[in-house]
Design a protein around this ligand. Sequence first.
Ligand code: MCN
Length: 760
Amino acid sequence: MDDIPLAHPAYAVFVRSTHSNAAIDGIDCTAALEMAGVLGVYTAAELKADGLGSLPTIGRLKNRDGTRQALPEYPVLADAEVSYVGQPLAMVVADTLVCALDAAEAVFVQYEERNCVAQLDSALAPGAPAVHVDATDNLCLDWATGDEHATQWAFAAATHVSSIELGTNRVIASPMETRGAIGEYEPGSERYTLRVSSQGVHKLQQLIAEHVLHIPAQQLRVLTPDVGGGFGPKIFVYPEYPAVLWAARQTGRAVKWVASRSEAFLADTHARDHRARLELAFDSEARILALRMAGEANLGAVLSTYGSYIPTLAGTGMLTGLYDIPTLHIEVKCVFTNTVPIDAYRGAGKPECNFALERAMDHAARELGLSPWELRRRNLVKTSAMPYRTALGFEFDSGDFESNLEQVMRLSRVEEFEQRRAASETEGKLRGIGCSAYFENTAGYEEEHASLHVLANGDVVVRIGTQSNGQGHETTYAQIVAERLGLRVEQIRVEQGDSEALVQGHGTGGSRSLVMGGAAVLHATELVEEKMSQIAAHMLEAAAVDVSFADGRFIIQGTDRGLGFAQVAARAYQAARLPPGLTPGLWEHGVGMPCPASYPNGVHVCEVEVDPDTGLVRLVGYSIVDDFGTLINPLIVEGQVHGGTAQGIGQALLEHCVFEAATGQLLSGSFMDYCLPRADDLPAFEVQFNSTPCKSNVLGAKGCGEAGTIAAPAAVINALVDALAPVGVTFLAVPATPETVWRAISAVQTTQAGTADGRH
Ligand code: MCN
C-alpha cells in the first residue's frame, strides 16, 4: 500500500484514545489546525453533520431466550465517549506524514476517566463498570445450541464424566504488511475510490457504501493491490476506510493512511480470548455419550464485522471433532470489555474449540487409564458410517479418520517414543508426545464468481472474486485453466481485487477460495470450451457433436484433422467468419454455486523436549497427516500447512496480548513484548496427505488454509503435559512460555517438598 505512486497525496493520522473508558468532555483542535501544512482536523461532529453512519456488524444472533443480542454503536470516530485504548476519535489530514503526526500530537482531548473492565473475569463480576449503557451486565449475547435434554440424560447415564477448564490466549494476527487505505474522490462523477489492503473488495464496497457513506455501491470502487498477509483481520470494515474516503472529498486530495506497526497493535482486531469448561460423558467402554461446553468469549469494546458470530456459530460447529458424539449442548456468553475489538483470525473460533476438545480428550484418557491414541481410536467416526451426520448437523461425505491416525502414528514413530524419552532423561530433559485431531467446515454457503477471457492470441485472463493474501491463487487458478484447456500456466493471468472488473465476489476467508473460486473458474472454462467447440466445428466443417477437445486441440473424432487452441481463439474475434447466431469474442462468467461444505480433517503429532531447570520448550518433532481431498498444488498446500501450524504453535507457546487490568492499557504493544514465532522456534514439519476426494464440490477439494492453526495448539500442549506428567504437572495455561512451564514445575516441587516435610 505504501508504495503506490500517487500524485500530490495528503496523509491521514488518527488521534486515538489514550483511555480505555472515558467520557470525552471536549476535543480542542485549534493548535493542530494552525500548523502549517494541515488541511483539516476532523472529529465525529463533522462526520455526523455530513450524515456518515456507523460501522456495521453482520454476525448478528439471538440470545437463547429469543431476544436480540446487544448491538452498541461502532462509530467511525468516537463521539461522546471512548471504550478502548486506541479507539480513533479524530483524524488529522496534512500535506506530509510528518506534519500530520505533529498535528495529531497537538490535538488536545479532555477526558473524564471511568473505571474499566479489561478482562473477562472483571467484566462479568457483579457490579462491574459497564462498557455500554445498553448492556449493563457487559453481556452482548447469551447463546446456546444443541440438545440440552438429551445431553442431560446422557450425562446421567454415564459411567465416567471428565471435565476440564481452560482458556485460549488472546493474540493478534500480525501480517507482514500492516493495514493501509487510500481514499480518492472525483467530484464530477461523485465517485469514490478506496485502495485498501484487504481480503476481498466486494464486501467492503457493499458494507461501506450501504452502512457508512449511504451511497449506491457502484459509486464506490474498491481496489486491492498485492497483499502482504491477511490471516482474517483484513476482511473487516475498519473506521479508517470510510474516514479516508470522506477526507478525500473534503480536501480534494488522495488521502493515505498506512498503519505503523505500533498502531496496528491497537487498530487491528485481536483474536481468541476464550475460556471454557468442557465435559465429556463416557460409557463403560470409554465411548463418548455426550459433550457439554460452557464458554465465555471476549468481544472487546465494540462489535467488529463478524463479532459474536465467531465464538458461537463459526467456532462451535466442530466441537464433535472426528468423534462419534451422539449429542451435545453448548453455551457461549459473549462479553464486552474495554479492549480492542475481537474478530476472526485464521480458524475463526475453531482453534479455541478444537483446543478445548482435544485437551479434554487427553485429560479424559489419563483419567480412564487409556492412552490418548486408544481413546481417540475408540471414538473416531468410521468410514463405513459415511455419509455421517454430526450431532450439530454437518454431513461428512468422505474421509478416513482411522487411517489418518494410524498414518500419523507411523510417521511420528510413536512406537519408539519411550526409547527417545529415556534418551532425553539421561540428559536431564523431559520429553513428551501429544496429538490433536481436527476437522473444520470450509466453503459452501456463499457462491463465488469468475470471468474468463480468452484473448485473440490464445492467452487467457481470469478475474476472480476471491483475494489472495499469499495463498498462491494466481498459481492454482491458472493450473485449473491450463489443465482443462491444454495451455501453459504462463499463458494465464489471474486478476483480482477490483470491484469494477468483476461485478460480484465474496473474498477470501474460511478456506473457501479453492472450493468456491476454483469451481467458478472451472465453470467459466467449461463455458468457453463449449463455445470454442462450436467455432472449431464450423471451421472444420463438421458437426459440433463430432468435435472433441483434448490436449489443447479441437479434433474431428476418429480423424487426425484438428485445430489448435490459438487458431480457434483468433477466429472467435472475426465476426464475419463465425457460425450464424454466435456473438464474437470469448468471454464467459462462471459461478461456483453454493454446495454442502467440505470437511478437511487430519491429525497432528507434536514431540517436545523440556529443560526442567529453565522451562525452555524445544519442539523436536512435528508430524501431520491431512485430508484435503483432491490437491491442486501439493507444494502450496504444504506451505499453507506449515504457515498455519506455525501460527498455532505461536498461540500455544509464545503469543499473548496482555492488558493491564486496572487501566485497560495494552502492555504487549510491540514485538519487544509480543512474541511471534521465528524460524528457529519451529521444527521441520513432516507432512503427508491421506486424501479422500470431497463428494460435494466439482473439484473434490477440501479447504486447507486454516487446518494447521486449528490443530496445532492442542497437539503442542498435549505433548507438553505428557512431558511434565512424570513430575506431577497435569495442567498448563497458554501460552506455555518458559516462565509458565518453569512455574508449573516449581509449584509441584514446592507442594511435594511441603508434603514430604509435613507442612501440608
Ligand atoms: N489448495 C490446493 N488443494 C486443496 C486445497 C487448497 O491446491 N485441496 C490451494 C488453493 O488453491 C490455494 C491454497 O491452497 O492456493 C489455500 O486454499 P484454501 O484452503 O481454499 O484457502 P484460501 O485460499 O481461501 O485461504 C484462506 C485461508 C485463511 S481463512 C487464512 S486466514 C489464511 C490462509 O488461508 N491467511 C493467509 N492462509 C494464508 N496464507 C498466507 N500466506 N497469507 C495469509 O494471509
